[in-house]
Design a protein. Sequence first.
Length: 407
Amino acid sequence: MQGRRAWLTVIGIGEDGYAGLGREARRALFAAAAVAGGARHLAMLPARVQARREPWPQPFSVEPLLALRAAHERVCVLASGDPMFYGVGATLARHVAPGEMDVLPAPSSLSLAAARLGWALQETAVVSLVGRPLDGLRRHLYAGSRVLALSADGRTPAALAALLLAQGYGATRLTVFEHLGGPLERRIEGRADAWHGDEVAALNLVAFECEADGEAPARAWTLTPGLPDDAYLHDGQLTKRDVRALTLARLAPTPGALLWDVGAGSGSIGIEWMRAHAACRAIAIESNGERQRFIEHNRNALGVPALQLVAGRAPDALAGLAAPDAVFIGGGVTVPGVLETCWARLESGGRLVANAVTVQSEAALVAWRAQHGGTLTRIGLGVAEPLGRFDTWRQALPVTLYETVKP
């Protein structure tokens, strides 16, 4: 144990309150000079815990807590369930060295819900809607998917039921758990298309297994690259489906990596980058106002509302953005400074991928390859279309795809 060296102990506490804490957690509370936490959690402590109570400031900040480190006092933090799962423990770990902090988790509400339902957690999608848009659920909606959603408040279950109904999953059965693990625990069940609970307790969790309506089948989007073009609102400035799949394969998204989508158009590359993994991040840079509205619609409709939109034209709009792990240039390779700025800001080991359809943009990529290496690939696609009583091949404009990795 590192407890003897740690000044901070983060204690997971459930709805059963102080009575559910183990010996080590109680020992830490009695040894502490201060206990920080939400008002609800602090109220669970008996009077014999004499440490001064430090409620979280509003708006929330851990800075006052971190300031207590200089006083050389032992400090405890109370947090719901497992503090390292969507909890304050994960936030504190970014500011406090592991040797300075002990974490004593309790079962999370997710673990308790999975236990009640008999669901394997590793086979269940988990989504937090606390301070996050409901649209983040959309990428998890497909027939048979099991989802545990941490609600923002008592109105979340009704909003979630409405979303499922609108997406064609009205037959889905929802289970809402209130106050899991405590004496007030309650379970509410019902179908999305007949949901009756306008508001439930603020502390709740929603579980559901998607079931499509028989009369109006739901449309589910795959998580692999290459969504149909009609999945997007666009004005024609769209990397088409087959080229998009090849482009994403070259960009090679990995969890946590950040993409710049320069000249984003309808946002399709950044959106499908983020759909590849929940931890993927992307910034879409677009100067056209109408296309910016397309991006805002598409990111929400396809379940990645966290896609960041930067309104502006590269290279000027790139100033001050976080350094990317990958860059895609779908338009603008001939604009002075775009390739140079993207290359300079790209992290070492990062990928730069660009597509060209004009002679001039292809020439720019050929010249860049001569300086920095990489590969050029010509993509030629044909689609069978009617010609009288027969079919013929209609060739799309060829696309030149450039890829390189920064040393």
